[in-house]
Design a protein around this ligand. Structure first.
Ligand SMILES: NC(=O)c1ccc[n+]([C@@H]2O[C@H](COP(=O)([O-])OP(=O)(O)OC[C@H]3O[C@@H](n4cnc5c(N)ncnc54)[C@H](OP(=O)(O)O)[C@@H]3O)[C@@H](O)[C@H]2O)c1
Length: 273
């Protein structure tokens, strides 16, 4: 029997890497894509059924090439996971045009490009699954994450619309919404936006970052998110949103039951604003 095949972006670390390992353990073959395959994590290449492909979501031809080559190598692609992304974090006022464009190009345009590349393949195959890694940041706004939110909220709308549009072709779309996760997101992947020089944001930034530091100390693991991605991928039916981790699940319930004005007062209370 042929194995199902996963195609994933940003497989070099964190949630992407954990997802590759989880799907392999579940008997899938995996096209693990990353910006720099020379820097692939040790042992990844040796995993049974895993092949590596160079793909930078901001460079369209690398997407076309990787999808085409993976299709040739595996014969089919069962599911695509749009995982690559990073956070440009800091006061909105200080962000440069280049920083804004890079955030949107990677987190939103990257997802759009991969989906556009995958749809013709899935239509040809009479089906497929697209899993977009959003975040609780795609549902609830928080200070200093404005550009990141702009991309994740956009992915939520994009996915919800595609649910209807792609259903006739037996293509399922999913959103996985993690809360804080212990990965490189807050390390080497994080881009700190400059704080305006007059110092007027300094106290605010310090206060908020202190609160976020505390929140991240309760972060879940990338393996937890990998499990959610797997569940979202194999599940049939109309549920498209899959919060991942205790914090995300709790916040989503609270968000559903609470008017926006109360949510904002609560958030200000938690952040001390
Ligand atoms: N960690 C969290 O708290 C959290 C919470 C909710 C959602 N998420 C989302 O989860 C996803 C994965 O993040 P993570 O937490 O696993 O962080 P991570 O460990 O920093 O992984 C991010 C991955 O994205 C890749 N990437 C960045 N820009 C890329 C580009 N232009 N083309 C291709 N790959 C690119 C990175 O590749 P390189 O190795 O080449 O840099 C890396 O593999 C992101 O979409 C993030 O927004 C994270």
């Amino acid at each position: 029997m042929t194995k199902p095949v996963l195609f994933i972006t940003g497989a070099s670390s964190g949630i992407g890497l954990a997802t590759v390992k989880y799907f392999v353990a579940k008997g899938w073959e995996v096209a693990a894509t990353m910006r720099n395959i020379e820097k692939a994590p040790a042992g990844l290449k040796q995993l049974q059924g895993v092949k590596l492909y160079q793909l930078d979501v901001t460079v369209p031809e690398t997407i076309t090439n990787a999808l085409g080559q993976a299709l040739k190598d595996f014969g089919a692609i069962t599911a695509v996971v749009n995982n690559a992304g990073y956070g440009a974090i800091g006061p909105f006022e200080g962000a440069s045009e280049a920083q804004i464009q890079q955030q949107i190009d990677t987190n939103l345009m990257g997802v759009i490009r991969v989906i556009q590349g995958a749809i013709p393949i899935f239509r040809q195959q009479n089906g497929g699954v697209i899993v977009n890694i959003s975040s609780i940041a795609g549902r609830v706004g928080m200070p200093l994450y404005s550009l990141y939110h702009a991309t994740k909220f956009a992915i939520e709308g994009l996915t919800e619309s595609l649910y209807y549009e792609l259903r006739p072709f037996n293509i399922r779309v999913r959103l996985v919404e993690p809360g804080p996760v212990k990965t490189e997101f807050n390390g080497r992947s994080r881009q700190d936006l400059p704080t305006p020089e007059d110092g007027s944001y300094n106290g605010f930034v310090q206060k908020v970052n202190r609160a976020y530091g505390l929140v991240f100390s309760y972060a879940s693991t990338p393996e937890t998110v990998a499990r959610t991605i797997y569940r979202a991928t194999i599940r049939k039916g109309p549920v498209i949103r899959y919060p991942s981790g205790v914090m995300a699940k709790t916040l989503m319930v609270f968000n559903k039951l609470t008017p926006g004005s109360i949510m904002r007062l609560f958030t200000r209370g938690v952040l001390g604003l």
